[in-house]
Design a protein around this ligand. Structure first.
Ligand SMILES: C[S@@+](CC[C@H](N)C(=O)[O-])C[C@H]1O[C@@H](n2cnc3c(N)ncnc32)[C@H](O)[C@@H]1O
Length: 264
């Protein structure tokens, strides 16, 4: 059953925006400002920041998703549409005769990001079977029990209310539906930690400044990763939202983790 979520009703509660404690309403505005500011450089920055590694992480995620025909697919915090487009590319390349009925919904509160997603999809000829919804993960305007696969990639760290968002993603899934989350993790293997620390502290915000003229947004990225729960804690949160058979895998020395859960 869908609960009504508004940032107004939750505005008295505080949450983290990077290292700062802010009201939830302020958090929503600040995060929206971040993505508004970086939207047009977002894809380029992803490549620069990760040295292209995000492509590998997303490729692994697509293997977990296992795109196939006759699936209702929901991409939450879809941004510029990378995950959905990679699923469609995968279907076209790997399962050209069996790609009918892959219906994708991209959901994101930021219209600038979704606009780029729509343009990229149209450029590649992906128009049919794709829907775009401007909405936050906390309040997904989709019927209960209607989705087969729900994915959130580099989005859960940005939501204002993580537990409500996880419950929403659980609510919209059908029984037997699969939930996947790709996200940065604050738990890096010790041998990599000093290098990663120095990269995050000095190079990332500098890159942000050079490429997007927006140092603060990339400073937020670094801080939000450090404030994000470790993979085992996140697995607990996913369980509390109602998911079953949860497991996770860390990649690249713990820089990111993929969590998987099921609605049963
Ligand atoms: C880092 S981008 C991820 C884009 C894409 N999923 C990817 O993997 O490249 C994060 C996205 O989260 C969105 N976002 C911010 N707050 C959100 C919320 N409360 N609910 C859902 N998405 C949100 C932003 O607008 C942005 O598009």
């Amino acid at each position: 059953m869908k609960k009504t979520y508004t940032t107004d009703s939750a505005s008295n509660y505080e949450t983290n925006f990077g290292y700062r404690r802010v009201s939830r309403r302020e958090h929503t505005t600040l995060v929206s400002d971040v993505f508004q500011s970086v939207a047009y450089k977002y894809d380029l920055m992803n490549d620069l920041m990760s040295g292209g590694l995000h492509r590998l992480w997303k490729k692994i995620l697509i293997n977990y998703i296992n795109p196939r025909s006759h699936v209702q697919f929901l991409d939450v915090a879809a941004g510029t549409g990378d995950i959905t487009l990679k699923c469609l590319d995968y279907l076209q390349k790997e399962r050209p005769k069996n790609s009918k009925g892959f219906n994708a919904t991209l959901c994101d509160p930021n219209n600038s990001m979704l606009k780029i997603a729509r343009e990229k999809a149209a450029d590649r000829g992906y128009v049919k079977g794709i829907e775009y919804i401007t909405a936050p993960a906390e309040n997904i305007p989709i019927e209960d029990l209607s989705i087969d696969i729900c994915v959130i990639s580099f989005g859960l760290r940005n939501v204002t209310d993580r537990s409500t968002s996880l419950s929403e993603m659980h609510r919209v899934l059908k029984f037997g539906g699969h939930f996947l989350c790709l996200e940065f993790s604050p738990e890096i293997i010790p041998t990599l930690a000093p290098l990663y620390e120095s990269y995050s502290k000095h190079i990332l915000p500098w890159l942000g400044k050079i490429v997007t003229q927006d140092r603060e947004s990339y400073q937020y990225l670094v801080e939000s990763i450090r404030k994000f729960p470790k993979p085992d804690i996140l697995a607990e949160e996913i369980k509390r939202a109602g998911f079953s058979n949860i497991n996770y895998h860390t990649l690249s020395g713990g820089i990111v983790a993929i969590h998987s859960g099921w609605r049963i």
